[in-house]
Design a protein around this ligand. Structure first.
Ligand code: 6PG
Length: 222
């Protein structure tokens, strides 16, 4: 079990950017998240460290759309980070253009034996992390590193996602959540009962250090 370390900051995205840049310098394997929150962190990380050639970049989840689709998590990282660094990392993209089970099988194979150094996650207002949604069978997957299934929140697209064991295998887990809309999920995930109805709480069941970066609005219910 691990106790989350909470960091309440006016600009948590800037702190995440520094963590990403430092890991890129170390040449680590970095797992990116999707959603809208991390854009600023990615842009600042590209400014902080232009040379990502020693790093490897992975994704915690992906929507099943082509990489050119504006809803693609890969596309988000490409626009805000990968296209902005001088020396890009090695990129391991989840192929969202494939049928979800096929993309999951492919990524599951690619991840075998990989040590994930820094796992960045967002937190949904329902408490989901990656594309592991409350009360879904994907949360019970223990033998695979990657699985797939329907989304529990918009965008309602099939998803490919790392499983709970894969997330907990990371050497370090960092969560970024901002805004009052996340306050209840933050309270339940990081100070409530550990429960599959709040998937973010399952991050506390591993051994990896867990750091949660919040703005004051997201921390308001703690
Ligand atoms: C996704 C993300 C997802 C995201 C949360 C929070 O594919 O949507 O990986 O897990 O981190 O839904 O999203 P926002 O940052 O948009 O609130």
């Amino acid at each position: 079990m691990t106790e989350p370390q909470l960091h309440v900051l006016d600009d948590p995205g800037a702190a995440i950017a520094s963590l990403l840049a430092a890991e890129a310098r170390r040449g680590g394997s970095i797992v990116l998240t999707g959603g809208s929150t991390p854009s600023r962190a990615y842009e600042l990380a590209a400014l902080a460290e232009p040379d990502w050639r020693r790093a490897e970049v992975w994704w915690g989840d992906e929507r099943c759309v082509p990489p050119s689709d504006e809803r693609s998590n890969y596309g988000l990282a490409r626009r805000t980070l990968l296209d902005r660094v001088e020396r890009p990392p090695r990129v391991h993209r989840i192929r969202g253009e494939l049928p979800a089970p096929e993309a999951a099988d492919e990524y599951d194979t690619e991840l075998v034996g990989i040590v994930l150094d820094l796992l960045l996650l967002g937190l949904g207002p329902d408490g989901h992390v990656a594309s592991l949604f409350p009360g879904t069978p994907q949360l019970d997957e223990r033998s695979r590193l990657v699985t797939s299934g329907p989304a529990g929140l918009e965008p309602f697209l099939d998803r490919v996602t790392l499983t709970v064991p894969a997330l907990l295998s990371a050497r370090r887990i960092v969560v970024l959540a901002t805004g009052s809309g996340k306050a209840d999920a933050v309270r339940r995930a990081f100070s409530g009962e550990i429960d599959q109805q709040i998937p973010g709480s399952l991050l506390r069941t591993g051994e990896a250090p867990l750091d949660v970066y919040l703005d004051p609005a997201a921390a308001a219910s703690l």
